[in-house]
Design a protein around this ligand. Structure first.
Ligand SMILES: [Zn+2]
Ligand SMILES: [Zn+2]
Length: 144
C-alpha cells in the first residue's frame, strides 16, 4: 500500500518515499535553493543570514533549516550565521546541539532527554508540530 501524504510546503498529495514530507516538485525547488545558498556562502564567506536571505530571496527560516539539518556549515568562525544549541543555548555552527550536548544525548543522557520532552510538551501546538517534524527528519536521515 503506497504511503500517501500531504506535501508540507504546498499541501499537494504525493506518494511518500522517505525523507522530509515534501512533494517531488517542492523537493527539487528546495534543492535548488540549497545549492544557491551554498554557492553564495562560498563566494561570500561571513555573509549574514539576512544578507543571504535578501540576496537570494530565500526565507531565513529555510536557511536556518539547512544549517540545522547539518547540510550547511559556517566556514568562517567570525561569521554572522549563528545557531544556538537547542539544549543549552551555546553558539554552534551547524546541526542542532553543541558537541557537548550531542555527546550527552548520544550516550543516552536521560535527564537531558526527558527535560527536552518536557520542553516540547509545554510548547504551543504549532511549535511542537515543527519540532516534531525535525525529529522525524533526524530519524529518516539515520535510516539512510
Ligand atoms: Zn509540494
Ligand atoms: Zn549544548
Amino acid at each position: 500500500m503506497p504511503d500517501v501524504r500531504n506535501c508540507r510546503k504546498c499541501g499537494k498529495i504525493f506518494n511518500y518515499i522517505g525523507g522530509a514530507p515534501i512533494c517531488p516538485a517542492c523537493r527539487e525547488k528546495e534543492e535548488e535553493d540549497f545549492q544557491r545558498v551554498k554557492k553564495y556562502l562560498y563566494e561570500n564567506p561571513g555573509a549574514s543570514l539576512t544578507q543571504v536571505s535578501t540576496e537570494l530571496e530565500i526565507s531565513v527560516e529555510m536557511i536556518k533549516r539547512f544549517l540545522r539539518e547539518g547540510r550547511l556549515e559556517i566556514a568562517n568562525d567570525e561569521g554572522n550565521l549563528v545557531l544556538e544549541c537547542e539544549n543549552c543555548g551555546r553558539s554552534i555552527k551547524t546541526g542542532r546541539f553543541c558537541p557537548d550536548c550531542e555527546r550527552n544525548l548520544a550516550s543516552g543522557f536521560k535527564s537531558a532527554a526527558s527535560q527536552m520532552k518536557l520542553d516540547l510538551d509545554s510548547r504551543s501546538t504549532s511549535e511542537r508540530k515543527s519540532l516534531g517534524m525535525r525529529y522525524l527528519n533526524k530519524e529518516y536521515e539515520k535510516g539512510k
